[in-house]
Design a protein around this ligand. Sequence first.
Ligand SMILES: Cc1cc2nc3c(=O)[nH]c(=O)nc-3n(C[C@H](O)[C@H](O)[C@H](O)COP(=O)(O)OP(=O)(O)OC[C@H]3O[C@@H](n4cnc5c(N)ncnc54)[C@H](O)[C@@H]3O)c2cc1C
Length: 457
Amino acid sequence: MNTDLLVVGDGLAGSAAAIEAARMGASVALVSAAHGSSDRAQGGIAAATLPEDSPRLHALDTLAAGGDLCDPSAVAMLTSAGPGTVRWLESLGVHFDGGSAREAAHSLPRVLHLGGDQSGSTLMAFMRSAIENEPRITRYRARLKSLSVDDSCGGAIFVGGLSVHAGATVLATGGYAGLYGLTTNSRISNGKGILEAARSGARVADLEFVQFHPTVFDGAHSFLITEALRGAGAILVDDRGERFVDELLPRDQVARAVAAHRGRAFISATHLDPELLRRNFPNFMRNCRRAGIDPLRQAVPIAPAAHYTMGGVVSDLDGRSSVDGLYAAGECARTGVHGANRLASNSLLEAAAFGRRAAAAAVSAPSVPSASRSRSIAWRRGGLTVSDVGDLLDSAAGVLRTGAELKVALTRLRSGAVSGVAADAAEMAAMICAAALARPASVGAHQRQDEPAAIAS
Ligand SMILES: Cc1cc2nc3c(=O)[nH]c(=O)nc-3n(C[C@H](O)[C@H](O)[C@H](O)COP(=O)(O)OP(=O)(O)OC[C@H]3O[C@@H](n4cnc5c(N)ncnc54)[C@H](O)[C@@H]3O)c2cc1C
């Protein structure tokens, strides 16, 4: 089928792009496979909306979190787009809870919530109904197979035979934290869009920067345990019940302490008021009980899990990649707003603001042929499965890394992939390990244990 704009991915970035393009008069094919991270977001969206706040202060916090590796012009664009993006979402019918919260490393209250701790699913319900009201958007359910790139990107081919010819393509396929064995992401967040962009000759960067959440249930059917539980007094203990870290340190430092701790780590809320737990943490209580644990009596095993990925398709302030006709927005893009580490709640803002910008640029730009070509990769046959790839990433490219482990993992990934989904996962994981190997110093979310000259973030 033919369309003006193809958008791959219907999370917040893809939805914003599709709506923006349709409102500019373009026909849009919106293709997605399953719910990604946008539906899982719990906290909210950051924007400087209070009188005492400003985009400049928001930018300073963002730059500090990024470990000196942010692109200041991208950060300025993101943070100054904050209030306008909130108004644009409201114009679509999105209803925010009142007030702003102060969270993580934000120096002022600037995180807007929707539906309490259900921000992502509430926001996406609004976005989906806005899309239903746009007759120029046609939706498809299919998995991306490959991008159609000759001199420029002219659309994509999907598993099952759907083929879309488009004047321009916006990739909004999310990140790659779902490749890890232990992850807070959906398995659809496996970097496939980034991989296909790279195979088509697009530049990708910063794949080594993976943010880990410190408290994820360590067992079958893992689930995220909110940082608010530590805020309410829950403690982190070893198997003898001894505390080994200050629970109120920033997320990265707690993740490192849990990763460096020998033996199993647990979060204990047994000393807290049962009523408070039932009232304020119903998800935690429900998930623990489903896992066969009574959190009123037992400590809950935890481990850090891959949560958010800063790397992706290198794109400019209008989402343009290095391949003509191909744009990227949201978590799959590397715009430079996050540097080596994301400031919490900036990613929903990035998805909405850059999704709109990418669509506007894609719809208005005439296509100019580029020299990029599809890359064909020869994989030797072997025995790696997707789950083996997740285990290799957990052990070699986790919170704490060494060059030796990364090299071993890279060799295994490059020699052991079979065809299809496992080959894609192995190639994407090899790209992450190669990027981590190529950055010998510790910065932001990338921590190398074997480098004496490591820079503390
Ligand atoms: C548990 C959790 C909590 C979070 N909380 C917050 C928060 O409070 N605030 C915040 O700012 N950020 C938060 N984040 C991060 C934030 O949710 C994401 O960065 C953001 O939603 C990414 O949006 P996106 O549109 O780029 O991608 P996604 O929402 O991940 O959407 C990706 C889309 O691409 C599609 N797709 C992927 N691969 C394919 C394929 N091969 N073929 C076809 N379609 C494909 C998927 O189907 C999906 O539609 C959280 C993340 C998690 C996991």
